[in-house]
Design a protein around this ligand. Structure first.
Ligand SMILES: [Zn+2]
Length: 229
């Protein structure tokens, strides 16, 4: 098998999702050099970090952080593009596991019991073949040593009649894109909601708001990248 792998990589070298150089055999998705130079925010080290302002006065999040700072010009955009549109779901797992390992060094993240990926619209997931957030959840779960659940935070199933609603009605619907199933599973626990990128925080806010309807639950949020920095 190894010989075949080696031969294959001669013709189809695996490339770094960040710089495009050929990967060494022991490197996964992103080369060591790029891993060493990721624009990490280190926000998990402070409770009162700049991302907190996104949610202040909107919804209560226990902790919030992002692994990297996203700027249009930097390589984070490339990495996320490969994760979402080039079928490289393993990037989510690799970076999720790397980040998870950092998070558990902080006391405030050690009480987390479950990781919950933000669900993708079913139509989008069918087209893409996977939900990138679920792969990030897999990685975080491995790095933190806690399970991830995909049957708690789910997308509302829209019927055809709903798609014919007025624009105003659809705008109101944005708030109702998520629902919670099996609330008993997460009642009185600390859950970690994860996604690929945090922009305005609107999607995350809607998801957190739904989750907070569960009795005694605490919700924290992490993403691979944040734009508002
Ligand atoms: Zn690289």
């Amino acid at each position: 098998m190894k010989l075949i792998d080696n031969l294959l990589s001669l013709f189809y070298p695996r490339l770094c999702a960040s710089c495009g150089d050929a990967l060494q055999q022991n490197e996964q998705c992103i080369c060591l050099n790029c891993m060493l130079h990721l624009p990490e925010t280190q926000f998990h080290k402070e409770h009162f970090n700049p991302l907190r302002q996104l949610f202040d006065g909107r919804v209560t999040v226990k902790e919030v952080t992002a692994l990297m700072s996203y700027k249009k010009t930097n390589k984070v955009q490339k990495i996320l593009h490969h994760l979402k549109y080039c079928g490289q779901k393993e990037i989510g797992k690799v970076l999720g596991e790397y980040f998870g390992g950092q998070l558990i060094t902080e006391e405030r993240y050690r009480s987390i019991q479950y990781v919950l990926p933000i669900p993708l619209h079913p139509k989008k997931e069918r087209l893409r073949g996977y939900n990138q957030s679920e792969w990030i959840a897999k990685g975080l779960s491995a790095g933190m040593g806690v399970p991830y659940l995909t049957d708690v935070l789910v997308r509302t199933q829209h019927t055809d009649t709903q798609t014919r609603k007025s624009r105003f009605a659809r705008w109101q619907n944005v708030k109702e894109v998520f629902e919670v199933q099996n609330p008993d599973k997460v009642a009185y626990t600390h859950v970690l909601v994860c996604d690929d990128v945090l922009t305005t925080g609107a999607t995350t806010e809607a998801a957190v708001q739904k989750l907070l309807e569960v009795e005694g639950v605490k919700v924290s949020v992490v993403t691979l990248a944040a734009t508002t920095l």
